[in-house]
Design a protein around this ligand. Structure first.
Ligand SMILES: CC(C)(COP(=O)(O)OP(=O)(O)OC[C@H]1O[C@@H](n2cnc3c(N)ncnc32)[C@H](O)[C@@H]1OP(=O)(O)O)[C@@H](O)C(=O)NCCC(=O)NCCS
Length: 269
């Protein structure tokens, strides 16, 4: 038994760690037993646990938990990239959110993580041309989490959305890998462009709370957007921008600000 566990841990360290943490959670707080068993320990794979959790959150009088779960299960079966991205997201949250001490926390408690996984299933449905089901997932994630991501938006892996109130990501937005954003971020249109009208955010960018990035503009890799900024023009790589409208105020200070969540004041150039 010990050998099998060891092999499983080598094959899927994230899921194996979450299960171990689940056992310890129940031991420490028996009142969490029902939730942890249903959401974690009952499942053989992270994908199965995610489908269950998404279904719990998105089901409503309009669509049963059973049906949402079957749709999500099928998505995870059909597209293994969804599960890989979810693992990268869990690790990202654990590495970057100082309030995240265990891998199980995003799955059980963090609505930013749950919303991103709901988006990933919606995006799968969109790619399968099941537009209305995709819109249903978008609507329910928006109602439930306050995170409104168009299913056609393209989002990389290793994403952290912290706090996750009031996030809007538009239809033609593109978000790279290892991007972090705080609450109340908009990646929206200006209202003046049609078709391809939303921002393109490169890898490793940090977007501070309340920032609005508007229009079909490019934010270069590893840049930082200060809290409350309104970004209307391209941002070069590795710069910090701030203000309304946002202007360059410094170097980003490190290669991966989103990963270090480097929100401190850096030396100015
Ligand atoms: C941008 C940020 C990363 C700091 O970057 P920095 O390169 O260290 O920038 P500095 O703080 O040295 O500021 C440079 C200039 O930009 C200004 N500035 C910094 N943040 C600003 C903001 N959010 N809005 C407007 N101006 C800002 C500073 O006042 C300073 O102006 P000055 O040169 O005239 O004095 C940080 O201010 C930030 O916004 N982090 C996001 C934090 C967040 O969202 N927290 C929510 C937690 S729940």
């Amino acid at each position: 038994m010990g050998e099998i566990r060891k092999k499983l841990a080598e094959l899927d360290p994230v899921w194996s760690c979450i299960r171990e943490e689940g056992l310890r959670t129940v031991e420490a707080e028996p009142l969490m037993g029902g939730l942890v068993h249903a959401s974690v320990l009952h499942h053989e794979t992270l994908e199965s646990a995610l489908a269950f959790r998404i279904a719990q959150k998105l089901a409503s009088g309009e669509m049963s938990e059973q049906l949402v779960r079957e749709i999500a299960d099928a998505a995870y079966r059909d597209d293994p990239e969804l599960g890989k991205a979810a693992r990268a997201d869990i690790v990202a949250v654990h590495e970057r959110d100082p309030a995240c001490h265990r891998l199980i926390q995003p799955l059980l408690f963090f609505k930013g993580f749950q919303a991103v996984q709901a988006y990933r299933v919606a995006n799968y449905l969109w790619r399968c041309k099941r537009w209305d089901l995709a819109f249903f997932f978008q609507m329910r994630a928006s109602e439930r989490f306050g995170v409104d991501i168009h299913p056609a938006a393209r989002i990389g892996k290793g994403i952290m959305i912290d706090h996750a109130h009031s996030i809007v990501i538009g239809e033609t937005a593109v978000v790279g890998d290892d991007v972090s954003m705080l609450h109340s971020v908009t990646l929206g249109g200006t209202g003046k462009e049609n078709d391809d009208r939303h921002p393109k955010i490169a890898d490793g960018v940090l977007i501070g709370a309340g920032a609005k990035v508007l229009g079909n503009i490019r934010v270069g890799h590893c840049s930082r957007i200060a809290a409350g900024s309104v970004v209307l023009k391209d941002v070069p790589a590795c710069k910090t921008v701030a203000g309304v409208p946002a202007r360059i105020v410094g170097e980003a200070g490190c290669d991966h600000p989103s990963m270090e969540m480097d929100q401190l004041l850096a030396d100015q150039v």
